[in-house]
Ligand binder design. Structure first.
Ligand code: CTP
Length: 435
């Protein structure tokens, strides 16, 4: 019996796929189809596959062409499969011509002509989302660049003047917002009331109540309102949270995160200083994310110690936020005028998790124990600092109504209220007597 094998994502199954499978089957007597898993697709850069693995497998099975449908999960699996199943022919579309010649060592390799005029990418791009960009920062540049990797996501334009916000809303289905934190509430509300989905930099607002109001407004208008906290969308960080929840390091007693990036404030005019973000505004949300996602938001005490810029503009050069919970503690260090090691350490009763700097865009972490021989290292692919994933999730939520919540509403509200308190000077101790 001649065995043939082929692989693909088979998202939104189309006649190009069907023709390929029919011809592959005709090459032998038994056809095995490998459908790529979500993780493997992500690792090779396909981030906005619309259907789940089981939906795609079901669709391929339902055609009745394949004799066996398997999952492709890892790099190098093709060689394993060919040996394990005793495959005679490896067949694939001509878009891959030459790429799989290395398999000739194990079986015959056949490239079948690709069907012209159809692809999953093109079908996905039929669902368009026009994203208007608001703000002036390198963050906006990154969003613009990364949007190119999400099929169907189109940039409708870029604005930075609030007087032109209406124009942005008129020409967009969704908006990405980068503004001073105190402007977020009003702009998000305006966008939602105009029927636009919103991806907003954190914090969403400066009061818990305002946050809750915006989130419920989004829900009642069936619009997506997401906080643009890219770390929450990074695979390594997501897996770390799951491992911690499964008790890998025992009961958690402490979460310590640190995020710093130096900015040269020297010689800036008061006007320039006013337009800058302080340490808490810039780094606070990222620093607090693991604290709230691991320990929750029901802390009993909170204290912020800040070293202020001498200008009296309320700009913090460095801040440390301490939280005391019933059975754990947490500390967040943020700095734009002071430097520290940007690592994340989560301590538990059995061991600890260590994420090296810069932890907020990591592809790696380690679980460490008293006996180093038990340590385990974890690596995950990180594309575009997590922004690419974040945009894909936002797109899927807005266009296909997929509800994947990377950040819980309580976490969003918790972050906002800490930053709001800081602006009001609540629970704040200023170091060195500055203003
Ligand atoms: N294929 C084909 N003709 C097409 C589209 C795909 O012959 N018009 C083949 C591919 O060459 C591959 C298999 O179908 O052998 C599965 O391809 P897949 O990557 O899942 O489909 P695409 O439509 O190419 O997906 P995308 O646009 O996401 O790359």
């Amino acid at each position: 019996m001649k065995k043939v094998i082929t692989y693909g994502t088979f998202d939104l199954l189309h006649y190009g796929h069907i023709r390929l499978l029919e011809r592959a089957k005709a090459l032998g007597d038994w056809l095995i189809v490998g459908v790529t898993s979500e993780d493997f697709d992500k690792a090779r850069g396909k981030i906005n596959v619309t259907e789940t693995l089981s939906e795609r497998m079901e669709a391929v099975k339902a055609l009745g062409i394949a004799d066996e449908v398997i999952v492709e999960e890892y790099e190098g699996q093709k060689i394993d499969d060919i040996k394990r199943y005793g495959v005679d022919i490896f067949a694939i579309g001509s878009d891959w011509r030459g790429k799989f010649d290395y398999l000739k060592e194990y079986c015959e390799v056949v490239y079948l002509e690709r069907t012209e005029g159809i692809s999953s990418s093109e079908l996905r791009a039929r669902d368009r989302l026009r994203l208007g960009l608001f703000g002036n920062s390198t963050n906006v540049d990154k969003i613009e660049r990364e949007s190119g990797f999400v099929n169907g996501l189109e940039i409708s334009g870029r604005w930075s003047d609030e007087n032109e916000f209406e124009k942005l809303l008129e020409s967009s289905d969704a908006v990405y917002l980068y503004a001073r934190p105190e402007r977020h509430y009003e702009l998000v509300k305006k966008a939602l009331l105009s029927g636009c989905h919103v991806l907003c930099e954190t914090p969403l607002a400066l009061k818990k109540e305002d946050c809750a109001e915006l989130l419920s407004l989004a829900e009642s208008t069936h619009l997506v309102l997401m906080e643009a906290l890219k770390t929450a969308f990074s695979t390594a960080y997501g897996r770390l949270l799951l491992l911690l929840k499964s008790g890998k390091i025992g009961e958690i007693v402490s979460v310590d995160s640190s995020c710093t990036s130096m900015e040269d404030f020297e010689g800036m005019t008061p006007e320039e200083l006013k337009s800058r973000f302080g340490s808490i505004a810039d780094w606070g949300p990222t620093g607090m994310l693991p604290v709230f996602q691991i320990l929750g938001t029901d802390y009993e005490e909170k204290r912020v110690c800040s070293k202020m810029h001498p200008s009296g503009n309320g700009l913090d050069l460095f801040s440390r936020i301490d939280f005391i919970y019933d059975s754990a503690v947490a500390s967040v260090k943020v700095g734009k005028g002071a430097k520290s090691e940007g690592e994340l350490v989560v301590s538990g009763t059995k061991g600890y998790a260590y994420v090296p700097a810069p932890w907020w865009k990591t592809d790696f972490f380690e679980i460490r124990y008293e006996n180093p021989a038990e340590n385990q290292r974890y690596f995950y692919q990180l594309e575009g600092e997590g922004i690419r994933n974040m945009l894909a999730v936002f797109f899927q939520a807005a266009v296909h109504g997929m509800r994947y919540q990377a950040i819980d509403a309580r976490v969003t509200e918790g972050i906002s209220s800490v930053i709001g308190d800081f602006y009001e000077g609540k629970d704040l101790r200023v170091l060195g007597g500055g203003k």
